[in-house]
Design a protein around this ligand. Structure first.
Ligand SMILES: Cc1cc2nc3c(=O)[nH]c(=O)nc-3n(C[C@H](O)[C@H](O)[C@H](O)COP(=O)(O)O)c2cc1C
Length: 253
């Protein structure tokens, strides 16, 4: 367990950390933000979003101080975006990223990934409705329904677009090629100023729900591998939070 605290000498009580926390783990008090016990998944959105760099993890600054080269910066400054502007992203930009994702490695260069894209608020609303209806009727994902009833939206995060990568059944490396392609597309989209968030709930529901598969043009034998919400971010992340060092077993001389 780590201890998230705030440097109240720097904090201006703007509330960005409280608003951006995907777990609802923080609350604002008269004295400034406070972390509730439990629930934190250590994504450090609070530290990334704080304009005053006032978040502390176990007493230490939670952000990376050094400038980096462009690829390193792109990797480290990518965040799961859960707040989007109303305007949908441009179709050409999405097509560009998916075309470029064909340059990602794939087993046997088979490039098995097929894409389904929902683009626009009405399209996303229809998908969200169908997904929630499926959950209500089938009893699937009661935690998601509970979150929706509390006014949260971990399903679509209010995104105006969504890219789903799927594969025909029987791929050589099931899932792997498509995750690599999606990750490649995600970084390209981020580099073009778009925000993304992987949508695990959505993928799992599409996998099960025939109506959604039909809406998204996925045949019965298609396997949904990964889903990415996409849009123009409405909040920025001025800081890069610290992540723990890789845990590696080295076998070497
Ligand atoms: C496979 C996968 C599924 C995810 N599903 C969801 C989801 O359904 N809803 C959501 O809000 N975030 C989802 N996320 C985002 C993670 O919560 C996020 O990556 C994590 O908190 C770390 O934050 P960061 O991406 O900003 O570094 C998912 C991430 C991955 C890789």
């Amino acid at each position: 367990m780590v201890n998230i605290t705030f440097d109240y000498g720097r904090c201006v009580k703007c509330g960005r950390c409280v608003g951006i926390c995907p777990s609802g783990h923080l609350r604002m008090t008269d004295g400034g933000p406070l972390a509730e016990p439990g629930r934190c998944m250590l994504c450090l959105h609070c530290a990334a979003a704080c304009p005053q760099d006032a978040v502390r993890i176990d007493g230490a600054r939670a952000t990376v101080p050094e400038p980096m080269d462009t690829l390193e910066a792109a990797v480290m400054s990518r965040r799961s975006v859960r707040r989007y502007q109303d305007r949908a992203p441009d179709r050409l930009t999405l097509q560009w990223a998916l075309d470029r994702a064909a340059y990602a490695p794939s087993g046997g260069n088979r490039r098995p990934t097929r894409w389904s894209v929902a683009l626009g608020r009405p399209q996303m609303a229809a998908i969200k409705d169908a997904a929630l209806q499926y959950c209500r009727e089938s009893g699937y994902a009661p935690d998601l329904l509970a979150a929706v009833d509390r006014g949260r939206d971990p399903l679509t995060c209010g995104a105006p677009a969504m890219i789903l990568g799927w594969e025909p059944e029987g791929a050589l490396n099931p899932g792997t090629d498509t995750v690599i392609a999606l990750t490649t597309a995600e970084l390209l989209l981020t580099e073009r100023g778009l925000g993304t968030c992987w949508a695990g709930y959505m993928r799992r529901i599409v996998e099960r729900c025939a109506a959604l598969r039909q809406m998204l043009g996925i045949p019965e034998e298609g396997v949904p591998v990964g889903c990415l919400l996409v849009g123009i971010p409405s909040a920025d992340f001025p800081n890069i939070p610290v992540r723990p060092a890789a845990q590696v077993f080295w076998l070497e001389e």
